[in-house]
Design a protein. Structure first.
Length: 324
């Protein structure tokens, strides 16, 4: 009887996965693993592995004796060593289309909350006060802003589409997307340096790779306009956190809205938890009942497809799905 190992999960139970796998005669084995020492016994003889945040590194992958697929609960796959899996001939799949609307909606909510100072004014009223909670100059009209979108995949395009009715200028940097596609969406394709120099708001929607980690660092943040706003709902390590805090504390950045951070959870003593010019959430932008169900069903279906020897969609490490 084939076995699917789930390394970790943040759901109350695994009923959705069980409903998809058990009728096929597949045994489900799950843990809440955070280290290689706990992962290896769980995945060693598994026929398929589903993972959420656990570090599925080269050491762990090297101990997989019969895995036919590694499936990531989510879009990003930065917790899985893709090269190590490729060397072992194990395809790695993600779920690239389960939360596009949710994250795009949340991005727009963050942008509007920052430009219209929603949180400070709410807290101002709760404190028994009346009138503007911030300087008038901090109340921005989105139509007058230039928004820089870094990454023009599914989510980046959905964000740009949501911004269109506000009639703001939209700059896009994405070296993997052709200029015509960006222009057809009503945006301007620009180099990263131009986007940094001209954007009032920068929103990140690119994956975490060797090329994008610490994309916003002390040097690049210094090249932003004074008073710019940074929004990140992609991956925490796209931004150098100490540099972000310094730019916020110095006043060079007017604010930041982040659903992700490096590290996560945000440490209890971090200024990001208490700064008045920061909106922070606990990596929840993808959440909705519909999205979470689709994520879990798709992950289970991908594992089942691999065990049946079916061709796999969404393979991100270049390994053809072959029944082994």
């Amino acid at each position: 009887m084939p076995t699917v190992a789930i390394t970790d999960y943040t759901f109350p139970a695994l009923d959705i996965e069980e409903a998809a796998l058990q009728p096929l005669g597949i045994t489900l084995r799950a843990g809440q693993c955070k280290t290689a020492d706990t992962l290896i016994p769980l995945v060693r003889d598994a026929d398929a592995v589903i993972t959420q945040f656990a570090p599925v590194n080269a050491e762990v992958i090297g101990q997989m004796q019969q895995a036919k697929v590694i499936v990531r609960y989510g879009i990003g796959v930065d917790n899985v060593d893709l090269a190590a899996a490729r060397e072992r001939g194990i395809p790695v799949c993600n779920v690239p289309d389960y939360c596009i609307d949710e994250v795009a909606d949340h991005t727009l909510a963050f942008i509007l909350a920052m430009t219209r100072q929603v949180v400070p004014n709410t807290l101002h009223l709760r404190d028994g006060k009346w009138g503007l909670a911030t300087a008038l100059t901090e109340m921005r009209t989105l139509r007058d802003q230039t928004v820089g979108v870094v990454g023009f995949g599914r989510i980046g395009r959905a964000v740009a589409a949501r911004l269109s009715p506000f009639q703001c200028r939209r700059l896009v940097f994405d070296p993997l997307t052709d200029r015509k596609t960006i222009q057809t969406a009503g945006c301007e394709a620009v180099a990263l340096d131009q986007l940094l120099a001209e954007s009032d708001i920068i929103t990140l929607h690119c994956p975490s790779t060797a090329q994008t980690r610490k994309l916003l660092n002390a040097d690049s943040l210094a090249r932003l306009k004074r008073g710019a706003i940074v929004v990140n709902l992609a991956r925490g390590d796209l931004i150098d956190t100490p540099a972000l805090i310094e730019a916020l504390q110095s006043g060079h950045l007017a604010g930041a809205a982040i659903d992700v951070c490096d590290p996560e959870p945000i440490p209890a003593g971090s200024p990001l938890r208490s700064m008045p010019n920061v909106i922070a959430a606990a990596h929840i932008a993808s959440a909705s009942p519909k999205a979470v169900r689709k994520l879990r069903e798709t992950a289970a279906q991908l594992a089942a497809m691999a065990l049946r020897g079916n061709p796999l969609p969404n393979v991100v490490n270049g390994v053809a799905s072959v029944f082994r």
